[in-house]
Write a protein that binds this ligand. Sequence first.
Ligand SMILES: [Zn+2]
Length: 126
Amino acid sequence: MDELKQVEINVVGSFRLAKTDILKLHDFTLFLQKEIEFLKLLNKKYQSKIITLETSFNDLQDRFGTLDSKPLKIKAPLVYFASKSSKKLHVSTCFFAKKISLKNKVQFSSKLTAFSEGYSICKCVA
Ligand SMILES: [Zn+2]
């Protein structure tokens, strides 16, 4: 009888320990989920920063050429057109740029400016 009682106490004790562990794991899982959400936000923020930097780098390359190009040629500044309705930026020579109606047409001298104002970029913009 005493032996049986001891077994019961041991079993109850083991379950209590297991329950404590499970609760700790649950809290830790919640903590990790929050951590993941935070890192996702951070990742998003950095990705948009990278896009901005790439766009500005491309703008500089357009203007001054790449480092390995021999003579430093300064190209005539590109003119970009965007439609207020589609919010998309095109080079002035693009087929779609020519189709933008006058009342919707916005002109930009830099991709970066258009990008920072929320315009997306057409494939014609290198
Ligand atoms: Zn285009």
